[in-house]
Design a protein around this ligand. Structure first.
Ligand code: ADP
Ligand code: MG
Length: 241
């Protein structure tokens, strides 16, 4: 569904991604871990074409993406992204936040968009908040709205960049629960997280990024119970503290 082949990316002299290759199969959940600055966000941003890549190839659902020829909004419809900070429009209600892109980008009929948005709000447990403004929501609720907003575009792949890092600890679980439900329903996802119990639970495969390279990749259970790379071992010990 999402394939990166030897993707490299530098900012000036700093090589942030160094020939990164990754295959995310349909309905697969891949978790990316690694210390701060290892290139995780840049990697996701490249998959969503918020960054241009220097070398390599990215394809989505079997189609190689050519950023000079293909329409970026069309590509981004296929690859949803949920950020650490929810980026909801403050002057729009929850419902208006969700229907904005389907109406503007996909030209969906407003009534249809609203009906679909309410179904998504049900899914994330926030139907009663449809007409509320974001400043009346907790961080966990905002993030669940942001997830519903991404789903409204019916993406083929959903990317999460530390979706719970900005939340108070007691609000983390409600967001992780929603992501777990999506996994059960077969949503294809790539997730950057520091929540290791969640990662172990939700991931089919886990990848460890270090200085822009994937240094270890294994099925979830094996990754956590029997890491092979010294850096991975160190990392897992540190995050477990
Ligand atoms: P992570 O998400 O793993 O913490 P990032 O992908 O955000 O790592 O960053 C990787 C490295 O690239 C860091 O050293 C960061 O400072 C650098 N970097 C990220 N974005 C930019 C940018 N737009 N310009 C320059 N350097 C950047
Ligand atoms: Mg990051």
């Amino acid at each position: 569904m999402l394939v990166a082949n030897k993707v490299s990316k530098s900012f000036g002299n700093l090589k942030v991604l160094d020939e990164v290759s990754l295959h995310v199969k349909p309905q697969e959940v891949v978790v990316l871990v690694g210390s701060s600055g290892s290139g995780k966000s840049t990697m996701l941003r490249c998959f969503n074409f918020l960054e241009t890549i220097d070398e390599g190839v990215i394809s989505i659902d079997g189609k190689v993406i050519n950023t000079t020829k293909d329409s970026l909004p069309k590509i981004r419809e296929q690859v949803g992204m949920v950020f650490q900070h929810f980026n909801l429009f403050p002057h729009k209600t929850v419902l208006e936040n969700i229907i904005e892109a389907p109406i503007v980008v996909k030209k969906i009929d407003e009534q249809v968009a609203k009906e679909e948005a309410l179904i998504l709000l049900d899914k994330v447990g926030l139907r009663e908040k449809a007409d509320v403004y974001p400043n009346k929501l907790s961080g966990g609720q905002k993030q669940r709205v942001a997830i519903a907003r991404s789903l409204a575009m019916k993406p083929k792949v959903l990317l999460f960049d530390e979706p719970t890092s900005a939340l108070d600890p007691e609000l983390v679980n409600e967001v992780l629960q929603v992501i777990k439900e999506l996994a059960k329903e077969g949503m294809t996802m790539a997730i950057v997280t520091h929540e290791m119990n969640f990662a172990r639970d939700v991931a089919d495969r886990v990848l460890m990024l270090h200085k822009g390279k994937i240094i270890e990749e294994a099925p979830s259970e094996e990754f956590f119970s029997n890491p092979k790379n010294e850096r991975t071992k160190q990392f897992l010990q540190l995050v477990a503290l």
